[in-house]
Design a protein around this ligand. Structure first.
Ligand SMILES: [Zn+2]
Length: 108
């Protein structure tokens, strides 16, 4: 029995954000739906930037979609600060290597 139910796996801060994720999923053969893409005219003067597009995938693909999202987030520079396992120096999340000793980030 195949479920046609879609579940929300992502809420984007912007359409660019959501579109990036949507493209990634489609590259992996996952069917996506984007909702809240357009603000309802009922909201009137709400600016376009206030939309939070939501990406939906078939429930059967949701686990894979979440893994892909986690990988996507790792590619970005918004990781939390981390402590070097070698010298205990604090590094910004955008650094892959410790600025002090060059050890790789140990991301838990
Ligand atoms: Zn270090």
């Amino acid at each position: 029995m195949t479920s046609k139910r879609f579940v929300k796996v992502y809420t984007g801060a912007s359409i660019v954000d959501a579109g990036l994720f949507q493209n990634l999923l489609e590259q992996h053969g996952i069917v996506t739906q984007m909702r809240n893409y357009h603000t309802s005219s009922a909201i009137g003067e709400l600016p376009f930037v206030e939309t939070h597009p939501e990406v939906y995938v078939p429930i059967a693909d949701s686990e894979q979609a979440k893994r892909l999202l986690a990988e996507l987030n790792e590619d970005r520079s918004d990781r939390p600060d981390w402590h070097c396992a070698s010298c205990d120096e604090e590094n910004p999340g955008s650094f892959d290597l410790c600025w002090q000793c060059g050890e790789s980030a140990q991301l838990a």
